[in-house]
Design a protein around this ligand. Structure first.
Ligand code: 6R9
Length: 653
C-alpha cells in the first residue's frame, strides 16, 4: 500500500494535534447530540428513513431498503421528482425570493437567481428538451462551462425524467465522444464557450469534433455564454439550436414526471483501473436523501448561509455538493466560473468578501497552491464571514490543514475533511462540526448510518493500523451500477471478499481514538490535482501513437498537485527518442483525454521491467520515479532492466 501513499505520509502518521469543536459552534449546530451516532448504528434504516421523510414524495415508499447483494434498492415504492425537491418545494415553502444561485463569471459578470427564477428557468428548459423530442429515460449529454444553465439543464432533465451525463469541459473531443457513445445520448447541451484564465475555451468547436463520431445525437442545444460573439460557432442546420432562440417558443410550465425512487437520475464517468472510464449510475430517492442529509449535517447549513463549493459541476463533487445537496437543502450557493488566479491570485478571497461566503468547501491541491502564493493575499481581504471550512478530493496534509485553519478560518472555524467518491455519491467519512474533535489530516469518523471497516487483504478487520477501506452496509446514495456493464460493477466493487463488502480502492488507517486516516489509492488510479485519472487510460492514449511500442504510467508525489503523471515509453523499431517526440506524445495524450491527463515527465526506455509472465511492474517504476530504493526485484524477468532505467532516470534528473 505504501506504493501509492502520498508524500506526507509520515507527517500524517505523526500528527498529534487535536481541535475540539468550540462551545459556541456546538450550541447552534444542526447536529449537536452525540446520540445520533449510536442511534444510527443501532438502526441505520430508521436513521435513513427519517432523512428521506424530509423530502417531498408524490407517493410514500413502503420499504426503506431491499438488499440483494450487490444490488440495493432504497425507499422502495416511493415516487418523487428531484427537480421539484430542489426547486418547487422551496418556492412553495417560503424561499420563493431567496437567492438560490449567485453566480460570477471569470470576466466579472454577475447574476443572481432566486428559487422562483430557478423554477421558471428549469420549467422552460424542460419544455425545450421536450420540444426536441427528449423523453423520460433518454440520456442527455452536457459539455458546459460553470454557468447556471448547466445546473438548470440538469434539473430540467430531472423534471422530465431524462438522465443527464455531464462531461467536464476540460475533456477532449475524443473523450466527449466516447462518453456520449457509451450511453447513447440523444441530445447534447453545450455552450459557445467558457472562460479560463482570461482565454476562451471554445466548447462548441470542440464538441463539433466529437459530434462527427456520435451518431446517437439528434439535437444540440447551444447556450450563449458570451454576448460579444467572440466564440466562433458553427450552427449545423436541423441539428443545432441556439437555446435563447428556441426557448422563446415554449410554454412556461412543465408538469414534473413522477419518478420511481430507483429511476436513474444521472450517469457520471469516472476513471478506474482499466483503459475505459466507467459510467457510474445514480438513482433518485436514495441519492437525494444522502446528499441532502449530509449537506445539512456536515456543512451545518442554515437558511442565511452563503455556501460555496469550488468544484466544477463536471465532477461528482459538483453534482452532489454544488447542485443536488445544497439545492435540496434550500441553500444559497455561490458559483464561480473561472480560475483561482485570475485576474489575480486573490480571486477566491475577493469572491468570499464580496458575497459574504459563510461556508467554503475546496480541495487540498488548491489550498497548497494558496500556501505557495503567500498569506498576504487572504490577509488583504475580510474573510470574517466564513464560519466553516471543508476539504475534499484527496488526503489533506497536516501542513495544509493548519494553514487553512489559521489563514482562511482565522483559527475559529471547524474544518470538515470529507472522504467520499463518485461511486459513493455522498460524503461517507467526515467530522460533524458541532461534535467531532478534529485532527489535521484525518477525515475522522463515518457519517451516522455509514458502516466503515478497515480490513487486511484476507478480509479480516483491522482495529488499529493500516489496511483497505471497505463499507460493510449499503447506503442511500451508493452507485447502482456501471452503465451497460453489470459484471464490472460486481467485480470491481463487491467481489474482493465473500461477504459483499464494498471495496473503495483506498488505503486507510485507524488510530487509537478510532479516527480514520486516508492514505491514498491502492490501485492504478492517480489523483492529480484532485482529479481521478486511470494509469491505463494514459497508457492507452500513449500506445495509440504510432511511434510508441509500450507505455507504463505511474504517479509521482507532487507538492501542489498531490501526484503528477510520469510515463515510461518504449518506441517501435526505427523510432528515436527526441524532445520533439516527447512534445508530440504529450499533445497526443491531451488530444485523446484532455489537458488534465498531460504527463509531466516522459522517459524513453529501452525496456520496461516485467515479470516473467510479462506484466509490467509499475511498483518498480514508481520507486524509480520517486527516487526511492528499488523494492523487491526477484520476480523480474530481467533484473538489469531496472538498474539501467534507474541510472538513465537519475542522469536525466
Ligand atoms: C469526491 C471525490 C475519489 C477518490 C477517493 C480518494 C480520494 C476524496 C478524500 C480523498 C482522502 C479525502 N479522496 N476525498 N482522499 N481524503 N477527504 O473526490 O470523488 O473524484 O471519485 O475521487 O478521491 O482516493 O477514492 P472522486
Amino acid at each position: 500500500m505504501s506504493e501509492s501513499s502520498p508524500p506526507n505520509i509520515q507527517a500524517l502518521l505523526d500528527e498529534q494535534r487535536t481541535f475540539p469543536p468550540s462551545e459556541q459552534f456546538t450550541r447552534t449546530a444542526n447536529v449537536r447530540d452525540r446520540a445520533v451516532y449510536d442511534e444510527a448504528a443501532a438502526d441505520p434504516e430508521a436513521f435513513w428513513k427519517a432523512q428521506a421523510e424530509q423530502l417531498e414524495w408524490i407517493e410514500p415508499f413502503h420499504t426503506v431498503l431491499e438488499w440483494n447483494p450487490p444490488h440495493a434498492k432504497w425507499f422502495v415504492g416511493g415516487k418523487l421528482n428531484a427537480a421539484v425537491n430542489c426547486v418547487d418545494r422551496h418556492v412553495r415553502n417560503g424561499r420563493r425570493n431567496k437567492a438560490a444561485i449567485v453566480w460570477e463569471g471569470e470576466p466579472g459578470d454577475r447574476r443572481t437567481l432566486t428559487y422562483f427564477d430557478l423554477q421558471r428557468e428549469v420549467n422552460l428548459a424542460a419544455n425545450v428538451l421536450k420540444s426536441l423530442g427528449v423523453k423520460r429515460g433518454d440520456r442527455v449529454a452536457m459539455y458546459m462551462p460553470l454557468i447556471p444553465e448547466l445546473a438548470i439543464a440538469m434539473l430540467a432533465c430531472a423534471r422530465i425524467g431524462a438522465i443527464h451525463s455531464v462531461v467536464f469541459g476540460g475533456f477532449s473531443a475524443e473523450a466527449l465522444a466516447d462518453r456520449i457513445n457509451d450511453s447513447q445520448c440523444t441530445l447534447l447541451v453545450t455552450a459557445d464557450g467558457g472562460y479560463r484564465r482570461g482565454s476562451l475555451l471554445p466548447l462548441k468547436q470542440i464538441a463539433d469534433e466529437a459530434l462527427k463520431h456520435t451518431p446517437s445525437i439528434k439535437n444540440v442545444l447551444i447556450v450563449k455564454r458570451d454576448s460579444s460573439d467572440r466564440f466562433p460557432v458553427h450552427v449545423t442546420e436541423g441539428r443545432d439550436h441556439w437555446y435563447h432562440r428556441i426557448v422563446q417558443d415554449v410554454q412556461a410550465w412543465c408538469e414534473p414526471e413522477s419518478m420511481d425512487s430507483e429511476d436513474m437520475l444521472y450517469i457520471l464517468y469516472t476513471s478506474g483501473t482499466t483503459g475505459k472510464p466507467k459510467g457510474i449510475v445514480h438513482t433518485t430517492g436514495g441519492y437525494l436523501t444522502g446528499t441532502m442529509a449530509t449537506t445539512r449535517a456536515v456543512f451545518d447549513l442554515k437558511d442565511d448561509d452563503v455556501y460555496w463549493c469550488t468544484a466544477d459541476i463536471g465532477w461528482v463533487t459538483g453534482h452532489s455538493y454544488v447542485v443536488y445537496g445544497p439545492l435540496a437543502a434550500g441553500a444559497t450557493l455561490l458559483m464561480y466560473e473561472g480560475a483561482p488566479d485570475w485576474p489575480e491570485r486573490d480571486r477566491f478571497w475577493s469572491l468570499i468578501e464580496r458575497h459574504g461566503v459563510t461556508i467554503f468547501y475546496t480541495a487540498p491541491t488548491a489550498i497548497r497552491a494558496f500556501m505557495r502564493w503567500g498569506t498576504e493575499l487572504p490577509q488583504k481581504h475580510d474573510l470574517s464571514s466564513i464560519r466553516l471550512l471543508g476539504s475534499v478530493g484527496e488526503p489533506i496534509n497536516p501542513e495544509a490543514w493548519m494553514w487553512y485553519h489559521e489563514f482562511i478560518g482565522g483559527q475559529r472555524c471547524p474544518i470538515v475533511d470529507t472522504w467520499w467518491q463518485t461511486e459513493t455519491g455522498q460524503i461517507m467519512i467526515t467530522p460533524l462540526p458541532g461534535l467531532t474533535t478534529t485532527k489535521p489530516g484525518s477525515a475522522t469518523h463515518p457519517f451516522p448510518g455509514i458502516s466503515v471497516q478497515i480490513r487486511n487483504e484476507r478480509g479480516e478487520p483491522v482495529t488499529e493500523g493500516g489496511g483497505l477501506l471497505t463499507i460493510s452496509r449499503p447506503w442511500p446514495a451508493m452507485l447502482r451500477g456501471i452503465y451497460g456493464d453489470p459484471e464490472r460493477y460486481a467485480a470491481t466493487y463487491w467481489s474482493k471478499w465473500k461477504d459483499n463488502a464494498y471495496f473503495a480502492g483506498d488505503g486507510a488507517r485507524v488510530d487509537a481514538d478510532g479516527c480514520i486516516w486516508l492514505l491514498g489509492r491502492v490501485d492504478d488510479v492517480l489523483n492529480v490535482s484532485g482529479h481521478r485519472i486511470g494509469t491505463m487510460e494514459v497508457e492507452s492514449a500513449l500506445v495509440d501513437h504510432p511511434a510508441v511500442a509500450e507505455a507504463a504510467v505511474v504517479g509521482r508525489s507532487h507538492d501542489i498537485k498531490g501526484q503528477s503523471i510520469t510515463a515510461f515509453v518504449t518506441l517501435k523499431d526505427g523510432q528515436r527518442p527526441s524532445t520533439g517526440l516527447e512534445h508530440e506524445l504529450r499533445g497526443h495524450v491531451v488530444k485523446k483525454i484532455g489537458a488534465l491527463a498531460r504527463p509531466e515527465e516522459i522517459h524513453f526506455a529501452a525496456d520496461l521491467p516485467k515479470t516473467r509472465s510479462g506484466k509490467i511492474m509499475r511498483r518498480l517504476l514508481r520507486d524509480i520515479a520517486e527516487g526511492k530504493a528499488i523494492g523487491d526485484t526477484t520476480t523480474l524477468a530481467d533484473p538489469n532492466v531496472v538498474a539501467r532505467l534507474k541510472s538513465q532516470y537519475e542522469n536525466q534528473e
